[in-house]
Design a protein around this ligand. Structure first.
Ligand code: LRH
Ligand code: MN
Length: 430
């Protein structure tokens, strides 16, 4: 890691101002937790082992169909995106992997890209295919779908693209392929639900057949958008049935924003784990649709309850517990680096709070139908301010006590605004 964008001196200088206060807060919290039999250092150790991947496409400003408002110094290619992802990991110490998207992140030499990322202290998480946009010169359009299209040429093209993503991922050291398709309809009658699903299953089986032995295929369900009447893989039910049909190493990925408002997502997590199909997450938050807002910014309690189910699943792994944790957000009004720093903190905080739950007390109250004490077992953990634990784990790993203050003190974005070419006005996700 010889090419880190933020100087270690700057981080040390920043931390020096807050270290005494941090130790004070940490010891005070340690005494409080010890009174309930919790060893704060054990929780810090768990937090130090936690990590979440960042999306390459989240490093740039996102947009909506109406507009996108670029910021000076935002990245315009995968090389600049990796640099920004390295800043996030340097300061937070919990985002050491990048989840790429193809063809958005296409380069000529993936071995060199892997080396470049490694120099920046980064590895790779799941690769994402893209059969929801037509590329220039593409033989078959995805306008009528991709893996489920009634056009055999489009299906084969989509299968080939996913297999190409696997081959790229192998060069990068990834072992997961995330498959999200926007396939669906806008009118009743436009397509037959059963036949379009069967075409999807047939295409997905061909991708699965090309999966290396140590790889997983993660199916990402989504209720709507870009289709607004029906979506082929619209919910966890369609996803788990497809994953069970396709194969053992085909799992389900839960993007928090892909559900109707008020859906009990934490119960979906418990169900997917129960049947050995919990493959991973795209963390974000939303109030209405697939808003791709910052994780924990709208409904932090839901994020905590998701991590509470993950803690239960980890304690009861059945036939395996290895979900991929990834962020998937669209940063339309903030500096993307600041949003991912803030989101990584919110996600790690929920992981830490879920680790504080007294599971014996919870299970005992559940068995005794003591509803209030069962709820209080969760609420007590949720109410703990775990910030000193996260900051101490960060400092010990070379990160910043206050990630946003350190980032702003670095003047990184202003520096990039001098170096990088300006991004044109536009619309859409990237
Ligand atoms: C679809 C989605 C999917 C990605 C895309 C960028 O809404 O969540 O995970 O491919 O966003
Ligand atoms: Mn997603």
């Amino acid at each position: 890691m010889s090419n880190l964008p933020i100087s270690a001196d700057l981080i040390a200088e920043h931390n020096a101002k807050g270290l005494e206060a941090l130790h004070e807060d940490y010891e005070a919290l340690g005494r409080k937790l010890a009174r309930t039999g919790i060893d704060i250092d054990a929780i810090k150790k768990r937090v130090a082992g936690f990590s979440v991947a960042v999306p390459s496409w989240g490093a740039g400003r996102g947009g909506t169909r109406f507009a996108k408002f670029p910021i000076p110094g935002e990245p315009t290619n995968i090389h600049e995106k990796l640099e920004d992802c390295s800043v996030i990991n340097q300061l937070s110490t919990v985002t050491p992997r990048v989840s790429p998207h193809f063809p958005w992140d296409k380069v000529a030499d993936y071995k060199a890209l892997r080396e470049e990322a490694s120099e920046l202290g980064l590895g790779w998480d799941a690769v994402n295919s893209n059969t929801f946009q037509d590329q220039v010169g593409q033989a078959h359009t995805y306008a009528n779908g991709s893996l489920s299209s009634q056009d055999a040429g489009a299906r084969q093209q989509a299968v080939d693209h996913n297999i190409e993503c696997i081959e790229i991922g192998q060069q990068l050291g990834s072992t997961d392929l995330t498959v999200w398709v926007g396939d669906g309809t806008n009118f009743p009658g436009q397509q037959d639900f059963a036949r379009s699903l069967d075409r999807y299953l047939d295409s997905a089986a061909q991708i699965y057949a090309a999966l290396p032995g140590d790889w997983r295929m993660l199916l990402e369900h989504k209720m709507f958008e870009p289709a607004f009447y029906s979506t082929v893989i619209s919910d966890w039910g369609s996803s788990i049935l497809a994953a069970q049909t396709i194969g053992e190493r085909c799992k389900c990925l839960v993007d928090l924003g892909h559900h109707a408002p008020n859906v009990n997502i934490e119960q979906i997590v418990a169900r997917l784990h129960r049947f050995g199909k919990l493959g991973g997450f795209h963390f974000n938050d939303s109030k209405y649709g697939d808003d791709d807002l910052d994780s924990g910014s709208i409904n932090p309690h839901q994020l905590f309850l998701v991590f509470n189910e993950l803690a239960e699943a980890e304690a009861n792994p059945r036939d395996g517990f290895n979900p991929s944790y990834m962020i998937d957000q669209s940063h339309n009004v903030t500096d993307p680096i600041e949003s991912m720093l803030s989101s990584a903190e919110a996600i790690t905080a929920c992981f830490a709070k879920a680790s504080l739950v007294d599971r014996a007390a919870l299970h005992g109250a559940q068995e005794a139908n003591d509803t209030m004490m069962a709820f209080q077992a969760l609420r007590r953990a949720y109410n703990v301010d775990v910030a000193p634990i996260l900051a101490m784990a960060r400092v010990e790993a070379g990160g910043a006590i206050d990630v946003l203050a350190a980032y702003r003190a670095s003047g990184y974005r202003a520096r990039k605004a001098q170096e990088r070419k300006p991004v044109g006005l536009g619309a859409g996700i990237v």
